[in-house]
Design a protein around this ligand. Structure first.
Ligand code: HEM
Length: 414
């Protein structure tokens, strides 16, 4: 007996129509954590749950080369970056990213984050009404550039932020949203190439610990500097995802609004609660829907023969809402993290497995820390009203965001 198969010629459209729940809906219907379907004109294996994640992150079984569609590389990731590398070359490139995440550098980042929220709120008080998602992305763009050593003039802030946002917004898109992402990527890569060129020509001297310095002078396994283009792609792999934290901050504000008891607890100043709240925001609200990899060599798992080169998708959203792993998964309950043992394979908002040898997000620690600072800021440092608006968010649009983008009014500093 093989694994369940979804009948039909191609289900790409159905996937676009079911969005985040596409894989979980079938895992439930087939009562199986693994099934076969056809997407983008090819056979695809979809799987979810803790055991599936453990297999997916086994480097002997899966590789990333050829997994991400070109359209995603041309908008979200950039071409041939760390996300698409394997083996020793991946490990070496990943070490560059991980070396940016030292405790000292995380402290720097948090000091910058606090300072940037303070600056932003002065402006919000004058405005009276703001859209949190837009503002949070701008704050994150400032934080990202300051921390990374990337110069950012006040007059460019809007365009640069919008470009980072458009790249992120493009990942589940067809049509104009995809093309906006590509244009944004072209413009951003050109901007960053120029800055890296200045560093290499000695016209700009960033301090050694900054990502700008590290990427500009990084040498590959052959001892060669990265091409300007490759360096731009990798530096954007630092700046862009910090801007993406603005989305989680917006969802966090929604959590504080929809579940007011959590706001009271967050106000108590308990660091442990703050962490649990942030973890629950990352688990509960939709961001990454699934991840892709290709089978490296034939192997068998769960009575299925995985054929070399087959595309396999791991259900990220569904695993974060899997009732075998999470009690009442569709309830927002930060306290669940009190008991959580911290498996690398059951909680996947930023991927699973190992940081150094696997593809797990290099920025997961800093995401948690920036979210803590940002949500504590919203809960403790300011008062605001949330006027009537459409705060619903879609589980079909990928990436999702509350429809109104979270409008706030009457902001005052406490
Ligand atoms: C990889 C999500 C923030 C840098 C990833 C992956 C996901 C993810 C799902 C892929 C895991 C895999 O392929 O197995 C997120 C989300 C973020 C976030 C939702 C916050 C909103 C950050 C930040 C950085 C970062 C702040 C800053 C440095 C990276 C890098 C990779 C990565 C470099 C590639 C890792 C590799 O291929 O080895 N992220 N991330 N991310 N992320 Fe993040």
């Amino acid at each position: 007996m093989g694994i369940p198969k979804e009948k039909g010629i191609d289900h790409t459209l159905t996937m676009m129509m079911e969005g985040y729940k596409y894989i979980a809906n079938r895992r439930n219907r087939f009562r199986s954590n693994i099934f076969e379907t056809r997407l983008l004109g090819q056979k695809v294996i979809c799987m979810g749950g803790e055991e599936a994640a453990e297999v997916f992150y086994d480097n002997d079984k899966f590789k990333r080369k050829g997994a991400a569609p070109k359209r995603i590389q041309k908008s979200l990731f950039g071409e041939n970056g760390v996300q698409t590398m394997d083996g020793a070359a991946h490990k070496h490139r990943k070490a560059m990213f991980m070396s940016m995440m030292t405790p000292e550098r995380i402290d720097d980042l948090l000091a910058i984050a606090e300072q940037q929220w303070d600056i932003a709120v002065k402006d919000w008080q004058k405005k009276g009404r703001i859209v949190l998602f837009r503002e949070a992305e701008k704050v994150m763009c400032r934080i990202a550039c300051q921390w990374a050593g990337v110069p950012l003039w006040a007059k460019e802030l809007k365009q640069r932020t919008e470009d980072m946002s458009a790249m992120i917004d493009a990942f589940g898109a067809v049509g104009p949203r995809h093309w906006q992402g590509r244009t944004a990527r072209d413009r951003s890569e050109k901007w960053i190439r120029g800055i890296i060129r200045q560093v290499r020509y000695g016209e700009r001297n960033p301090s050694k610990e900054t990502p700008l310095y590290q990427v500009a002078w990084h040498r590959d396994l052959n001892g060669e500097l990265l091409s300007l283009q490759m360096a731009a792609v990798e530096l954007l792999n630092v700046v862009r995802p910090i801007v993406a934290i603005g989305r989680f901050v917006t969802f966090g504000a929604l959590g504080l609004h929809d579940f007011p008891e959590t706001k009271e607890k967050l106000r108590s100043g308990d660091e442990k609660y703050s962490r649990m709240f942030v973890q629950e925001v990352r688990r509960y609200y939709p961001f990454g829907p699934f991840l892709g990899a290709r089978v490296k060599n034939d192997f068998k798992w769960a009575s299925h023969k995985f054929k070399k080169s087959r595309l396999v998708l791991l259900d990220v959203y569904g695993t974060n809402h899997d009732s075998d792993l999470w009690e009442n998964p569709h309830e927002f309950n930060p306290e669940r993290f009190q008991e959580w043992q911290g498996s690398p394979f059951d909680f996947l908002p930023q991927g699973g497995g190992d940081y150094d040898i696997g593809h797990r997000c290099a920025g997961e620690w800093i995401t948690v820390e920036i979210m803590k600072v940002s949500l504590e800021f919203l809960a403790n440092r300011i008062e605001y009203n949330v006027p009537k608006q459409d705060l619903n968010y879609s589980l079909v649009r990928m990436p999702s965001i509350p429809k109104s983008r979270f409008v706030m009014e009457g902001i005052t500093v406490k």
